[in-house]
Write a protein that binds this ligand. Structure first.
Ligand SMILES: [Zn+2]
Ligand SMILES: [Zn+2]
Length: 350
């Protein structure tokens, strides 16, 4: 491989190269430990400034920087020398192509994404990194929806932490003023056993968008599960029903069967109350399954095509959901993230 060193010029600098490699690996669903090295190295050299990084390359001290390892040092050295890093060339070749065939027209209509996580709960990247990546993907907005308190394994946010997060979102938006992009305030709130929500009404009212999902007792018997879900989607504070069956079809966490409930009753309640049914784009979820997607379509539901991204590269997963929605013949007008932001916010606050 050594003789395949890229001779292509590259002038975007080492931080951009490391971030792009990480983005592509996440997009290609590579193991997170592989990705961490690149994100860690980018974070390590960013505060040094370009001149200091170049000096460290020149005098051979780059490897002494905490967070820079053998492979990331090579990326940095090549980028500093104005040469497209080999690792970047390889990542582009392996993971830079279209994710899926079909749905391109609908994908182009999507203005934003209503479901994403940061490292405040179980995501892998800071809020601002998620926002920057959403901007780079051409999004008008991104809704930050970290988990609610009861989901302890995912470091769900207490009311106090959520309140602090909202201040951070304000600060990020101040910083991004003039870009035309808005980071919207949201939550993925747990639907509790009785259908109530795992966050106070006061906090929920401070948010722009609320996704409600079942994360516990997924095997509840069907009648109780139906009551639980119907109560949640009829709650006027709920805007989106997240990954409705909870199934996992592939991936590192293994597979998991669908929850069983009266889908007709749940989707009729969604249609009546204006709650959108999420088309969860994560390849391991593909939720709802096609037969339920078609049922929700026939019952007149609104939809939201969401990434449920836990890392920046996963923000590109909208392509998967767009492909499924288009295949199911869902009218783009019924997909809330094709709407202008103002209309979306009015719908979510009503
Ligand atoms: Zn979830
Ligand atoms: Zn989620």
């Amino acid at each position: 491989m050594a003789d395949q060193t890229s001779q292509e010029p590259y002038d975007e600098g080492p931080v951009a190269a490391l971030r792009r490699i990480a983005f592509l690996l996440e997009r290609g669903r590579e193991d997170t430990y592989k990705v961490k090295a690149y994100r860690g190295a980018a974070a390590a050299i960013l505060p040094m400034g370009e001149d200091a990084v170049a000096a460290a390359v020149a005098d051979g001290t780059l490897r002494r920087v905490d967070g820079v390892g053998a492979s990331t040092a090579t990326v940095i050295e090549q980028a500093v020398r104005g040469q497209r890093p080999d690792r970047l060339v390889r990542a582009e070749a392996e993971h830079g192509g279209p994710l899926v065939e079909g749905g391109e027209e609908l994908h182009a209509l999507l203005r934003g994404d209503l479901h994403s996580h940061s490292d405040w709960s179980d995501g892998g990247s800071p809020i601002e990194e998620m926002a920057f990546s959403a901007i780079e993907l051409g999004r008008e907005y991104q809704v930050l929806t970290d988990h609610s308190p009861r989901l302890k394994v995912a470091r769900g946010l207490s009311a106090e932490r959520l309140a602090r997060q909202l201040d951070v979102v304000d600060a990020v938006n101040d910083h991004l003023a003039g870009t035309g992009f808005t980071l919207l305030k949201g939550i993925e709130v747990d639907i509790l056993d009785d259908g109530s929500l795992d966050q106070s009404d006061e906090m929920l009212d401070r948010l722009d968008v609320r996704v409600a999902s079942v994360h516990s007792k997924l095997k509840m018997e069907p009648e109780a599960m139906t009551r639980r879900m119907v109560a949640a989607v009829r709650n006027p504070r709920v805007d989106v029903l997240g990954h409705c069956t909870g199934r996992l079809v592939t991936g590192g966490r293994g597979t998991r069967a669908e929850s069983t409930f009266d889908a007709r009753a749940v989707f009729e309640a969604c249609a009546e109350s204006g709650t959108a049914v999420e088309i969860n784009s994560r390849p391991e979820r593909r939720d709802p399954p096609t037969r339920l997607l078609e049922l929700a379509r026939d019952l007149g539901c609104l939809f939201s095509i969401d990434t449920d991204a836990h890392a920046p590269g996963q923000l590109d997963f909208l392509a998967y959901g767009a492909q499924r929605a288009e295949a199911a013949g869902i009218d783009p007008e019924r997909i809330v993230n094709t709407w202008p932001k103002q209309r979306l916010l009015e719908w979510a606050s009503s």
